[in-house]
Design a protein around this ligand. Sequence first.
Ligand SMILES: O=C(O)C1=C[C@@H](OP(=O)(O)O)[C@@H](O)[C@H](O)C1
Ligand SMILES: C=C(OP(=O)(O)O)C(=O)O
Length: 435
Amino acid sequence: MKKLSSQPANGLHGTLTVPGDKSISHRGLILGAISQGTTTLTNFLPADDCLSTLGAMRALGVQINRESTTVQITGRGIHGLTAPKQALDMGNAGTATRLLAGLLAGQPFDSTLVGDDSLSQRPMERVRQPLATMGAKLALVNGHLPMTIHGQHLHAANYQMTVASAQVKSALILAALQADQPSTIIEKLPTRDHTERLLQAFGGEIATAADGKTITVQPQPNLRGQNVTVPGDLSSAAFFLTAASIVPGSRVRLHNVGLNPTRTGLLTVLQRMGGDVTITPTASTGEPFGDVTVAATELQPLDLTAADIPAVIDELPLVALLAATANGVSRISGAGELRVKETDRIATIVTELRKLGVAIEERPDGFVIDGRRAWQVQTSQLDSHGDHRIGMMMAIAALRLKTPLTLANAAAISISYPNFFHDLQQLLPSTEVLV
Ligand SMILES: O=C(O)C1=C[C@@H](OP(=O)(O)O)[C@@H](O)[C@H](O)C1
Ligand SMILES: C=C(OP(=O)(O)O)C(=O)O
């Protein structure tokens, strides 16, 4: 049981550099593996999810050396992977599973993907069906893992997506690289475009039309290894940006975080709520990044609808927390995808925030929160439910309260942020350090 820090008298203060982006770390490993020559990833995220991808790529015959956050990949080219000797264990990583489904669908061997209990309950039909339109042969058990992939010669994709998912889009792109003709993929809504940006940097030919949703991919590219500096993960920075917004007296600067516009939904949310946010872009190397400073202010309620969701999908637990402190009623809708993440995040957000006395109502595709009701702790034992983002969100919520609180299943946080508590303590006065 992890003891949580309670409200620091003068708020959170300081500058923090968060670890590398999870989405880009997964993709850097995969694209490095299927390129010719050496790829070096700097500021790679050595969290459980990305280490699952690293292990899977090694099992596919790729030589990868990692020293801390620097990874060197000896690329084997798109036709150089070898059959794994056993099932690939993807752990908790949804992104890695969906992306590898697309990559392995076109390889000249069979493979099987397995995962932990949470991943084994997540929907995989969403990749099986679109990949099948390219001739891929994926077998699932009731729509779930284990997934057996019978590698095939693939045809071009001409596919209109039915779910707004960067994971499904990226699976299709990785399959399209191996197809016989150019592919077209049309998104339901624009989602994070890290695969497209990175593929371009590696020499692939991929273009997105002016509508922001129609992607064309040229097959059989000659990808070349690159040096990639992974920006800090805005989804990790988001916990501290939220803390700084809701804990009175705070001012915090997050250094070198990714500012890809398909990911900055939380910054938009903060601005729409009247938050005190300063964004200073510093550079762009394919992916834009910069510094973000946030200070505490009174927040206004907000409405979020389907079109707003992709850019803030992983930060919605934090949006709920922000709304729980706002001066009115907030409505989040069009977020049904939250039900198929590491947990049913609509259910776990509602369960956990109610423990603090937050006035939150569950909806099929979101929630309604009245931030005007004063919080009052109902249950002091909080729970991550095995979901890293729920665990970290509740650790931030605890900073609004004087009551001592604990967090069960805190170990799940290492899925995306092994040093989360260490980094949080950098922003707290030394008297707040818990042992
Ligand atoms: O492509 C990615 O790296 C991710 C895409 C999102 O999932 P969906 O695209 O399935 O919504 C997000 O929730 C996940 O944490 C990472
Ligand atoms: C949904 C997430 O990841 P994944 O789908 O890769 O498990 C997440 O990190 O919040």
